[in-house]
Design a protein around this ligand. Structure first.
Ligand SMILES: [Fe+2]
Ligand SMILES: [Fe+2]
Length: 190
């Protein structure tokens, strides 16, 4: 596997594990009215800090840009969809954060609202990654040239995602441990 694709695969693995945790917490909240608030807040902080600032820009500025340049007729529809989803991510996370804050403040109806927002976010994230893995990335393999891959690989190797690196000193080290405890394939250790 090319270095850039391996990095994206690891980041997707970490994100999918997070989506799974969020979905489980949403179900527990809907059923019991209780949730691991600290864990959800940690996940929200991670998503604001890493996927939005590191993962999506790598896809947009390198992989997707080269795909569109090489084969716009084949790539535009799928890339437009994915970019639209990236552009809505900030808003989705803001909604998630607001629902978390309302729950933390024990506001009326906040538990059910958080369960719904968290459940929807988990579903969206999982579906977005599925489309990239099964449609966009195979298309990239078909349309990109070696010279494109060399530029993409070089740019991606400056990677610094704490869930992927598994750095225990990171404030996301606990999140990494929680993902491993879930039985997901540990990101960064494949
Ligand atoms: Fe994406
Ligand atoms: Fe992605």
């Amino acid at each position: 596997m090319r270095p850039s694709m391996r990095i994206l695969a690891r980041e997707h693995l970490a994100l999918r594990a997070l989506a799974r945790i969020v979905a489980i917490e949403a179900e527990l909240l809907a059923r019991d009215g209780k949730v691991d608030l600290v864990l959800l807040e940690l996940i929200a902080a991670y998503i604001v800090e890493f996927p939005n600032r590191i993962h999506h820009p790598k896809e947009e500025d390198y992989l997707f840009r080269h795909m569109r340049a090489r084969a716009p007729e084949r790539c535009s529809a799928i890339l437009d969809r994915l970019l639209t989803e990236h552009s809505k991510e900030g808003e989705s996370i803001a909604t998630f954060m607001t629902a978390l804050a309302r729950y933390r403040d024990a506001q009326e109806g906040a538990a059910m609202q958080l369960a719904q927002v968290a459940g929807n976010y988990a579903k969206y994230l999982d579906r977005h990654i599925e489309i990239e893995n099964t449609q966009a990335f195979p298309l990239a393999e078909e349309v990109l040239h070696e010279v494109d891959w060399q530029e993409i690989d070089a740019a991606f190797l400056a990677n610094n995602d704490p869930l992927v690196s598994g750095n225990p000193q990171s404030r996301f080290g606990e999140l990494h441990r929680r993902i491993m405890a879930l039985g997901a394939l540990p990101p960064g250790l494949r």
